[in-house]
Write a protein that binds this ligand. Structure first.
Ligand SMILES: [Zn+2]
Length: 332
């Protein structure tokens, strides 16, 4: 076996809008006649350089407003599937935030149809299984959240497997979204909200009580509350941890303070993801390098992620077989 080949990875926390590299943005901008502040890959690359969270939000708005048509959403999935495959990805659950796009006049079916087309083609073209988990935007009214869930259920047989909650955690707690997550669960979708990234344990408790999650995106601040860690362990909830994102946003101030090792020591399964790789200057290999530098084995990270996937049983069995047959480095 080629020792340089990346080991297999499962990524469960990646915002597709945050994967758009400058080359892809230029192409979409030209196609849609959307004015960009630079017209070269180098120029856009400089703009992408991560400075602070406010600048990240500016870049996020600039990039996401370029997305207008089904073909744009489709391309975003395909480009990221190709990138992630280069880092060993065999399965991804991609997040997208449709509510903000509909506020800009883009049609729901254009968004869902485009992303689902991309997911199907990613399997055919690159052999990467892609499933989708649209995020409810926390600042949105409940009517928009319920509408999004309707579309998520409508597209369930085209690759939508869950519904998340994202955006400004400090300003918008999870509880008001309880009805939307109930609808999603009744419609056969998993609940995969963000919580415990910038807000402490109360945000994770709120998500546990109100949203019935099967996984939590981030969830790292659970480390501050032993009772919460016991609860997560008892429920078998997987945390989708993004170590480099946490450093970029300063949710964690330095690598040696990252809570990942303590969460794992406390028996909580943690998967590893990039969050917004293009905008946070990371990729799946670098996030795994940081995670394994804390002492986790690649195989244990794969198994933890596998415990949280929302795909059908047949696909999950195939992913298990990939993990079982791979010649993992080290003794695990
Ligand atoms: Zn996220």
């Amino acid at each position: 076996m080629d020792s340089q080949a990346p080991y297999p990875k499962i990524e469960l926390h990646v915002h597709l809008e945050g994967t758009i590299r400058p080359e892809c943005l230029l192409e979409i901008g030209r196609r849609n006649d959307y004015p960009l502040p630079a017209d070269t890959v180098e120029g856009l690359g400089a703009l992408y350089e991560f400075r602070d969270f406010d600048h990240f939000i500016e870049v996020w708005i600039l990039v996401t407003n370029a997305l207008r048509r089904a073909d744009d959403f489709r391309q975003v999935v395909l480009d990221y599937a190709a990138e992630a495959r280069g880092h060993g990805a065999v399965y991804l659950e991609g997040i997208f935030s449709p509510i903000e796009r509909t506020w800009r006049g883009v049609d729901w079916d254009e968004i869902f149809g485009g992303y689902c087309d991309g997911a199907e083609e990613a399997r055919e073209l690159y052999g990467v299984e892609v499933r989708l988990t649209p995020d409810i935007t926390r600042s949105a009214p409940i009517e928009d959240a319920l509408k999004m869930v309707q579309y998520a259920v409508k597209y369930r047989d085209r690759g939508i497997v869950g519904v998340g909650l994202g955006g400004e955690e400090a300003l918008f707690p999870p509880e008001p979204f309880e009805p939307a997550f109930r609808e999603a669960r009744d419609g056969g979708l998993g609940s995969v909200p963000h919580a415990g990234e910038v807000v402490g344990p109360e945000s994770v408790w709120g998500a546990l009580r109100a949203l019935g999650p099967v996984r939590i995106r981030h969830g790292i601040r659970a480390v501050e509350d032993p009772a919460l860690m016991r609860e997560l362990r008892a429920r078998g909830i997987v945390l989708d941890v993004c170590p480099i994102s946490n450093l970029r946003t300063r949710a964690v101030l330095s690598p040696d303070r990252h809570p990942l090792p303590r969460l794992i020591e406390n028996g909580i399964p943690c998967s590893i993801s990039t969050d917004n790789p293009a905008m946070f200057d990371t990729d799946l290999t670098r996030d795994h390098e940081l995670a394994t530098s804390f002492g986790s084995s690649p195989r244990s990270l794969y198994e933890s992620a596998l415990a949280g996937v929302l795909c059908d049983a047949e696909t999950k069995t195939r992913l298990e077989a990939i993990g079982d047959s791979y010649g993992w480095p080290g003794r695990s």
